[in-house]
Design a binder for this molecule. Structure first.
Ligand code: AMP
Length: 389
């Protein structure tokens, strides 16, 4: 096989996604997901078994990791804290440092670390590189990154708005600028990453200036099972009055809230069918989701002052024409006019869904976090060759 390849691993608490990517061509050579890890119905008892299954699957697809030009294994790590914001070559010391960060992201970082350890054990002769979901937002302006709370406490506990889905926001904003045939630094953008997790970002001339997620991926938009913005008073109130532990409240806000919490369904395809059959909970959930999304669009139009392009991405953003319509309908006065035929037309790549006379271009831009991670890994390797550490 010609050219370098990178195996990208996204290790979550109950699933392990993997994809073998050729960064130069952008091609995904193979990949899959091993789900329900540790569950009785699942095929893998733990992450090690899951990764072994992934390798078996790759072998069945005719891929031999020893001869496929594997340059690196890229690991998606959700939280980089204040210290990690560049793709990082992993060794025992770095992993120990990363382990300390698990306190900041107890739901997300431990499974990634498990994936890293297992992958290093099974593929000891290749570089393992962590790419952080927070990295892109590391240099957010202080006014956007700072919570208005006791400063000494915030500093001591590294409390700031970190932002997540960074690889996606960066990748999509670069694709959007390229599609418009404009230099990245000349375009002001809003990127709406709407998947099971959802986040918005405002990007001025290629630099992120605000994003909706914060210390954790819980803040911001309404999501599949996460509440998004909520008065922190709810937490103390439930703790005091409903006799719920902090862990229970956190779990409720992450796993039993959002669209699912309101409608008992998180998949937007089924949510729309429920609405069509008159289900009022589904209608409410959709209404709350859209209302919050429009609030963020409005906020970011104001943060940017001038906006050139709004891009929709991820599972909902790329596929759900109704969400896209309802997110920007009636914003003609702000220069945003959708073309309903373009919006509902089938399409695969980057496409324009705004009318020709819309001052702000509205695009659908498929995200590709695996490719972005693979390219980050290659760039990190090239830098290491130049400046070995
Ligand atoms: P992601 O996290 O980016 O994989 O997005 C997953 C979510 O995208 C699913 O839970 C669905 O809500 C949504 N989704 C995927 N395909 C479609 C579709 N064709 N129409 C509407 N929503 C979709």
């Amino acid at each position: 096989m010609a050219g370098d390849t990178v195996l990208v691993i996204n290790s979550g608490s109950s699933s392990l996604k993997f994809q073998l990517v050729e960064p130069d061509s952008g091609e995904a050579l193979a990949g899959g997901i091993i789900g329900e890890i540790g569950e009785p119905s699942g095929r893998a008892a733990d992450h090690e078994e899951a990764l072994r299954l992934a390798f078996t699957q790759l072998a069945e697809d005719g891929i031999d990791l020893k001869t496929c030009g594997l340059s690196a294994v890229g690991h998606r790590v959700v939280h980089g804290g204040k210290a990690f914001y560049r793709p990082t070559l992993l060794d025992d010391d770095r992993i120990a440092e990363l382990e300390k960060l698990s306190e900041l992201a107890p739901l997300h970082n431990p499974p990634a670390l498990q994936g890293i350890k297992v992958a290093r054990k099974l593929l000891p002769d290749v570089a393992h590189i962590a790419v952080f979901d927070t990295a892109y937002f590391h240099h957010l302006p202080a006014a956007a990154a700072t919570y208005a709370m006791n400063r000494e406490l915030a500093d001591r506990y590294q409390i700031r708005r970190y932002g997540f889905h960074g690889t996606s926001h960066q990748y999509v904003s670069e694709r959007a600028a390229a599609f418009l045939d404009r230099p990245l630094d000349s375009v002001n953008q809003i990127v709406l990453h709407l998947g099971n997790g959802a986040s918005a970002s405002a990007i001025a001339g290629g630099r992120p200036v605000d994003t909706s997620m914060g210390l954790t991926p819980l803040e911001g938009l309404v999501m599949g099972t996460r509440s998004g913005d909520i008065d922190p008073g709810v937490v103390s109130y439930l703790w005091r009055s409903a006799n719920m532990s902090v862990d229970k409240i956190e779990s409720m806000l992450n796993h039993e809230s959002g669209v699912w919490g309101l409608a008992g369904e998180r998949d937007f395809r089924r949510l729309h069918s429920m609405i069509e059959s008159g289900n009022s909970s589904a209608q409410l959930a959709y209404g709350v989701f859209i209302h919050r999304l429009r609030k963020y669009i409005g906020a970011y139009l104001a943060v940017l002052g001038h906006t050139d392009v709004i891009s929709f991405t991820a599972g909902i953003g790329e596929n759900d024409a109704l969400v896209r319509r309802d997110a920007v309908t009636g914003l003609g006065e702000l220069g945003i006019v959708l073309d309903e035929d373009r919006n509902t037309a089938d399409g695969k790549g980057v496409r324009r869904i705004s009318a020709d006379d819309s001052r702000v271009a509205v695009l659908v831009v498929p995200t590709n976090e695996e490719l972005a991670i693979a390219r980050d890994c290659m760039a990190a390797l090239a830098q290491l060759e130049e400046f070995p550490r």
